[in-house]
Design a protein around this ligand. Structure first.
Ligand SMILES: Cc1cc2nc3c(=O)[nH]c(=O)nc-3n(C[C@H](O)[C@H](O)[C@H](O)COP(=O)(O)OP(=O)(O)OC[C@H]3O[C@@H](n4cnc5c(N)ncnc54)[C@H](O)[C@@H]3O)c2cc1C
Length: 452
C-alpha cells in the first residue's frame, strides 16, 4: 500500500472520485489540535473542494472498556467538541456499533480518513469495515513521532535495535503537521449525545469501575504538560525512575486516548530546556520505548500468551521453571483487592485501583510479583492484562502489552538463573528498599489516597 508524508499516511483504498464529502473518523487521536490526521483531513477536503465532517462513534461494546475509561474518554470528547467548533469543523457524535454506523458514512464519502490502530482487536474492526468500503480509505498515524512501518518492517528485539532507526528518521517528523484552515462548507453538527452527560450515557450500560479523580481531555493534558515542564522536567532524568519522587509526566492516560500528541510534548520540553539530558530522557521514554511498544503490537503474531511473542531464551527458561515451588499463591480476588503479604505490592495495586495508574518502577515490580504468585506463566499474564486493562486509564494500549510482556523477558536480556523466573529478570522488595525511600512511596500511595 502506498505510503506518503514519509510514511505517516497510508492509502488503504484509492478514492474513485465519487462521493459528497470527506469524513475523518476520529478513533485514536481525540483532540482538535496537534493532530496530523485532522490536518490531513482538512487538507484533503480543501483540495477536493468537498465538505469535511469529523465522526466520533461511541461504541459501548468497545473491548474491555468500562465506566472509568469511558468517563475519561467522554471528558476528552467535550474538548474535541469545543475545539472543532472554534475551527468551524462539523462534528458528528454518534452512539452505536462501529460496524453499523461506519458504513452509513462510507457510503457517501469520497474518502474516509482514520487514525491507525496497532492492537489486534481494533485492527480487526477496521479491516472488516474497510473490506466493504467503496470510498477511498486513508489511515494516518497521528500518535507516534516516527510512523511505525517507516521505522521498521519487522518486530524489533529491543530498544537498542529500534533506537538508531528512530533517531535517524526523527528529524523528518518534527515539529509535524502545521495547522490548516478549513475552507469548506460548515455542515450542521449531528449530536446523538452530549459528552458531559456521562452518567446518563453510562450508568447501567457498561461495567462499573469507580472513576478516578484525574480528568480527561486536551485542556487538562496541556495543563499537566505545562506544570511538568515548569516543575518536574529539570529533574526528570535523575528522578523519573524513583517511585518516592513524583518526577514523571503523568501523561500516559492522555497519550493513550490521543488527548495530547507526543510531538506537542517534545516541542514544549525542547522550548523549555533545549536538548539537554532531560530532553534525552524524555525522548527515550516518549519516543523510543513507546514506539518500540507500537512496533511490538503491530508485528507480534499474537498477544494471547507471552509464549506468542517472548524471545526463545525466555520461553525456554520460563517453561523449564514453571513447576518450581512457590512460597505464595494468591487468587485473582486477593490480588485485585490488594490483599497480599507484600506491603509495597499492595501499595502499587492500591495506586492502580484509586489513581488508574502505577509509578513505572512499581509497575515492573507489580508484574514480576504476579508471576511469582500465580500457578502458571499464562495465568500470570492473563491476570496482569485483566487488572491493567480494567483499572489503568492508560490500559489497553500498545504500552500495556509491551510493559506486561517485558515482565516475561520481552525486549530484555537473560540474567543469572533462579527459581520460578529462570533467566528472566527478577525483582525483590529488598532491591526496592535499598534503592528508594519505600516508606515515602507507600505513604504516598496509601496516605494521599486516604485509605491507610
Ligand atoms: C507491567 C507494566 C504495565 C504497563 N502498562 C502500561 C499501560 O497500560 N499503558 C502505558 O502507557 N504504559 C504502561 N507501562 C509503561 C510505563 O509504566 C508507563 O508508560 C509510565 O509509567 C507512564 O507514566 P508517565 O506518563 O508519567 O511516564 P513518563 O515517565 O513521564 O514517560 C513519558 C511517556 O513515555 C512513555 N513511556 C514511559 N515509560 C515507558 C515504557 N517503559 N515503555 C513504553 N513507553 C513508556 C509513556 O507514553 C509515558 O507517558 C507498563 C509498564 C509495565 C512494566
Amino acid at each position: 500500500m502506498p505510503l506518503d508524508h514519509n510514511g505517516r499516511i497510508r492509502t488503504v483504498k484509492k478514492p474513485t472520485g465519487k462521493g459528497k464529502n470527506v469524513v475523518y473518523w476520529m478513533q485514536g487521536a481525540f483532540r482538535a489540535t496537534w493532530s496530523p490526521s485532522l490536518e490531513f483531513a482538512i487538507q484533503a477536503a480543501n483540495e477536493e473542494g468537498l465538505p469535511l465532517l469529523v465522526l466520533v462513534v461511541l461504541d459501548l461494546g468497545y473491548p474491555e472498556a468500562n465506566y472509568r475509561s469511558f468517563k475519561f474518554f467522554l471528558e476528552g470528547l467535550a474538548d474535541v467538541k469545543d475545539g472543532l467548533a472554534k475551527r468551524g469543523i462539523p462534528l458528528h457524535l454518534r452512539k452505536g456499533k462501529f460496524e453499523e454506523i461506519l458504513p452509513e458514512y462510507i457510503a457517501g464519502a469520497h474518502t474516509l480518513i482514520s487514525d491507525a490502530a496497532y492492537l489486534p482487536a481494533m485492527r480487526a474492526i477496521r479491516d472488516r469495515i474497510y473490506a466493504e468500503a467503496e470510498s477511498g480509505i486513508v489511515e494516518v498515524e497521528p500518535n507516534v513521532l516516527v510512523p511505525v512501518r517507516a521505522a521498521s518492517d519487522k518486530m524489533e528485539y529491543g530498544a537498542y535495535t529500534i533506537r538508531p532507526k528512530i533517531r535517524r528518521l526523527a528529524p523528518l517528523f518534527q515539529p509535524g503537521f502545521l495547522p490548516r484552515e478549513y475552507r469548506g462548507k460548515k455542515l450542521d453538527d449531528v449530536l446523538d449525545f452530549e459528552p458531559s452527560d456521562h452518567r446518563k450515557l453510562l450508568e447501567g450500560q457498561v461495567e462499573f469501575v469507580q472513576p478516578c479523580s484525574i480528568v480527561g481531555g486536551s485542556a487538562q493534558a496541556a495543563k499537566i504538560l505545562r506544570e511538568f515542564v515548569q516543575d518536574r522536567y529539570r529533574s526528570f532524568a535523575e528522578l523519573r525512575g524513583n517511585p518516592a519522587a513524583q518526577a514523571e509526566t503523568g501523561l500516559s492516560p492522555y497519550l493513550h486516548f490521543g488527548h495530547i500528541s507526543p510531538m506537542q510534548v517534545l516541542e514544549e520540553a525542547r522550548g523549555a530546556g533545549g536538548l539537554d539530558g532531560n530532553y534525552e530522557a524524555l525522548f527515550e521514554q516518549l519516543v523510543v520505548r513507546r514506539e518500540l511498544a507500537h512496533n511490538f503490537t503491530l508485528y507480534a503474531s499474537g498477544l494471547g500468551s507471552p509464549f506468542d511473542f517472548i524471545p526463545g531464551w525466555a520461553a525456554e527458561t520460563l517453561k523449564a521453571h514453571e513447576r518450581d515451588s512457590k512460597d505464595y499463591l494468591y487468587s485473582l480476588g486477593e490480588l485485585e483487592e490488594a490483599r497480599t503479604h507484600d506491603r509495597f505490592w499492595n501499595a502499587a495495586q492500591t495506586e492502580l485501583l484509586n489513581n488508574g495508574k502505577i509509578h513505572n518502577y512499581m509497575r515492573m515490580y507489580w508484574g514480576k510479583k504476579i508471576i511469582e504468585w500465580s500457578e502458571t506463566v499464562d495465568e500470570a499474564y492473563r491476570r496482569m492484562v485483566y487488572l491493567n486493562n480494567k483499572y489503568a486509564l492508560d490500559g489497553r494500549d500498545p504500552n500495556s502489552y509491551a510493559g506486561i510482556g517485558w515482565c516475561f523477558g520481552l525486549h530484555d536480556r537473560p540474567f543469572v538463573e533462579r527459581r520460578i523466573f529462570g533467566k528472566v529478570r527478577y525483582m525483590s522488595d529488598g532491591g526496592l528498599r535499598r534503592k528508594f525511600d519505600m516508606e515515602a512511596y507507600t505513604r504516598r500511595a496509601y496516605g494521599e489516597l486516604g485509605v491507610e
